[in-house]
Ligand binder design. Sequence first.
Ligand SMILES: O=C(O)CCC(=O)C(=O)O
Ligand SMILES: [Fe+2]
Length: 222
Amino acid sequence: MAKTETFPDQDALRRIGNQVRERLEADPGVYRVETDKAELFAVGDFLTAAECERLCLMVDHTARPSSLHEIGYESGFRTSYSGDLDPYDSFVKGIGRRIDDLLGLPSHIGEAIQGQRYLPGQQFKPHNDWFYTSEKYWQLERKRGGQRSWTAMAFLNDVAEGGETHFTEIGIKIEPKPGVLLVWNNALPDGRPNEATMHAGTPVIRGAKYIITKWYRTRTWK
Ligand SMILES: O=C(O)CCC(=O)C(=O)O
Ligand SMILES: [Fe+2]
């Protein structure tokens, strides 16, 4: 088939976008968040209370000051603590498989599940999860699985105040509720990056916020 892409991995992003959208729309347990700007879905009870508690403990064990491509922790852009959960742990593997299965994606294109914790005052400022392919880091990410397609993010606890996930372009704030999984396509249906997926983890004001995130690429992640 002739390549029609103008953006790196555009054809793969379109194909994966179609495939996952069809599967989520056919799943009665999946709710589509009402917006025409992005493909954003939610699952109410994806994780049990016991699973959330166990994952929070794991996040506490692995979380270190979060880093970002070319921006250090000290910049204040992402002040949470984060870290990859042990990919060989059977409990973590089980959670990963359930996310793969919900989306209908092969596990080899999924990154390791990342755990993240925010304490009062900590936040993740507005950003896109997809890679900016004009930046230097893309030359590395291109060979590590390519562009990010879908994001799956689960809330693990109730936050006393703050810590909403704010989709700044769509104009919605999602309040953390334990066990709720959010899923969104970082690309548009035609495979170009979707600017409207810009989102932030707003500052936690009281309490703590725990989440896990799994990002999917277009090719085998390594
Ligand atoms: O904490 C949140 O609500 C958002 C986290 C996030 O955007 C990320 O980890 O990429
Ligand atoms: Fe994000």
